[in-house]
Each structure stands twice: as structure tokens, then as C-alpha cells.
Write a protein that binds this ligand. Sequence first.
Ligand SMILES: [Zn+2]
Length: 461
Amino acid sequence: MSTLIRGGTVVNATGAVAADVLVRGEKIAALVAPGFEVQADTVIDATGKYVIPGGIDGHTHMEMPFGGTSSADTFETGTVAAAWGGTTTIIDFAVQAKGTSLLSTLDKWHAKADGNCAVDYGFHMIVSDVNDSSLKEMESCIDAGVNTFKMFMAYPGVFYATDGEILRAMQKARETGATVMMHAENGIAIDQLVAQALANGRTDPVQHGLTRPPELEGEATSRAIALAKVTGSPLYIVHLSASHALDAVTKARDTGQNVFAETCPQYLFLSLEDLAKPDFEGAKYVASPPLRPKEHQTELWRGLRTNDLSLVSTDHCPFCFKDQKELGRGDFSKIPNGMPGVEHRMDLLHQGVVRGELSLERWVEISSTTPARMFGLYPRKGVIAPGADADVVVYDPSAEQTLSAATHHMNVDYSAYEGMELTGRVDTVLSRGAVVVDGSGFHGGAGHGKFLGRDLNQYLI
Ligand SMILES: [Zn+2]
């Protein structure tokens, strides 16, 4: 089975070129000069469109337990939505519950995902119980293709790890080449601010943002960087939202430390003003770290251009407004933390190109190529080149669309971007050579997606 994607502009992180792309089976077989005659079973017309490597979302939470409920997308609905938005690989988080082992956690997440995903997927491991046996088990996780371990400086009593526990996990990461991923917010101080707000009758969703000030993200980021420096561990800051944290990452990178950071579309496009919407509407925007005052957005775009921010993931963790977000009416601290977004990352980042914030090549780099290299999937993923998996998106840069819960495919009853008008949209999506989305609809299905064992971070210096 062969497919020729004809007439488009192939955009890789390294440049854009007019070329036809020949796909054979699950792989890209060749890039062909325009006009050169090639036989194929199927031809896709990409005239006037970009041909880009499928998006890789390195941070999702499908059917994740949180605060007595569970995120609303299953691995099936979440990966179908991802495919609609041009994302052909997700990396989700397996969550160790206290008192359980890492390997049993990994088994549990395989049981949820295997046979249910519409696109390829991998796992990171959340380590919430640091002890001799879980540290030892990190080695077995790496053998099983999971070499990124997330820890939390936030959420005392749930996922929170002490500095000593973080230090020990980082020492193990240093030994094994693994990367420690960090949720960097000072949860001990935040919990005091939350308790004070509630005691003073300040219960609205905006308080979620006001009790988690950017200084406490900056402080935790600096502390994580210091611990990484002492141990020699690679460090990856997840969902960086504040200029205070970006300053710390920039400084560490300038001194040659293996420190990396991602941001998310919600921090680039939404702000504290959304969290302050009246009538509990702000609950739709509750995620941690919180949305920040608008001035942080300028710094985040700057960070993406200068590579102090390496890539953009979604932290997709949807909770329905009805019955889930509503758990926090009258007490913002009970609003489930998380926002939907896996479907819109490629399109929102394309607005960065439209607005002149990013080059075309940088768009592809931060949404596909860098995640592939950061998470050990390159060159199988993240590039349009012979031998790579045929995860290919034909993207129409001039199509117009309006985001809405009425038309999105995520299993959640609201859109954080309701009514937003975008230029550009996904036209056709191939996942390992199979057309899963085109103008006539969705043609993929649960079970097409395969588990990806991952190699180590390719950016270590
Ligand atoms: Zn997350």
C-alpha cells in the first residue's frame, strides 16, 4: 500500500521545500522533486498546503484520577481528538499511588491504554512514593521504555515530594541517564495562602490564581535547578507559566546545565482575566500553575523564540463544567485542576506563525521535532524524512475556523477557547501510513495506536 502526498510544501524544523512525499506501508519512503512521476495506490493533493510531521504532545492526562473524580477523556476519546488536531503521538502520565510500586502502576496504565488508542502513545511515570524499592524500580521502568519521572513540589499530602526525596530521585536519574520532570510550585506556602483565602470568605475561582503567585513558581523552579545542579541530573520543567520561572531556566541553560522547559497553549493565549470571569465561569480555566496576568505571555513567546522554552505540550486534563468543575462551587480549592487542549495545540501554535511570533520551521520544531528528540523518539517521529514513521499532517494555512465545544471532539462540555477565530486548520492526517482524518471525516480507530518504548533525551550536554 503506497500513498503519494503531492504538490505541498514539506516543512521540517530545518527548512521548508516543495516536495512530494511517498509513503509505503507505515513509513515514509522518499521525498520526491515536484513533477517527478511516481506511481502510488493513492494520491493526496496537498497543493497550497504544508506537509508537516505529526504533532507530538508530551504532556497529557487521559482518564486520570484527581480529587475524587477522573479526567473526562478516555485514551480512546482523547487520542481521537488529538488526531483531529494533527497530533499523532501523545505521552501520558502513569500515576503511582502512595504505597504501590512503579511497575504495577505501569501495568495499570498499559491496561487502560493498550488497544484503546487511536494514535501512538508513550508514558512518563509520576513518582509519588520515594523509597529504596521505587528508586530501584526506576531502572526497570527505563528498560520498559519509560525514562522520564515526574515529581511534584506542589500538592502536599498528595503528590508532594520533599527536597530530600527529590534529591534521591535525581541521584538515580544521574546514574541512569533518566530525566526528572518537575511540577515546580511551592505547595507548602501555597496551601497556607489557600487556607487564608477560604477563611476570609474568598472562594471564587480567581482565588485559585491569586493564591498561587508567580514568585512561588519562580522559587520552586530555582530550587529544582539547584537540586539538579548538585546531583547532575537532567531536569525538565513541565507547564512553565511565569516569567519568574523562565528567568531561572534561562540562567541555568546559559551556564550549560541540562535544564529544559515546556509551556502550554493556555499560558500563551489565556490569562488571569479568564479565571476572573463571573458566575463561576472562571472554573473552566482552573489549572496548576494558574493562568497568569497577560504580561507573562510576551515573555513566554520570547522564550520559545530563544529556545529557553524548548517545546509546547498541552497538559490536557479535561474536566466537564457540569458535575466536575462544579464540585468547587463555594470553594475554589475543590475545583478539579486541569483544562482541555489536546485537539487545539497545533492550530493555536500556528497562530504564532500568523502573528509573527514564530517562524514556520520553529512551529514544527516546538510541536513535533523537539518533543521527538527530548523524549527519545527521533528520528522515528518528528521529521518528514525517508525511514521515519509516516505520521504526516497536511495543513491548510489559509483555512479559517472557529473553536467551539459544539464542534470539538474532546469529551468535555466546554471549550476554553470558545469562539476564538483561527487561521489555518488540519486537512489530512496520516498515522503510520494510514489516513485517520481527512475532509470526509475520521477513519482511524481505537487500537491503531501502538505503545512507544522511548530512548533517552537526545539534548543532554
Ligand atoms: Zn500535568
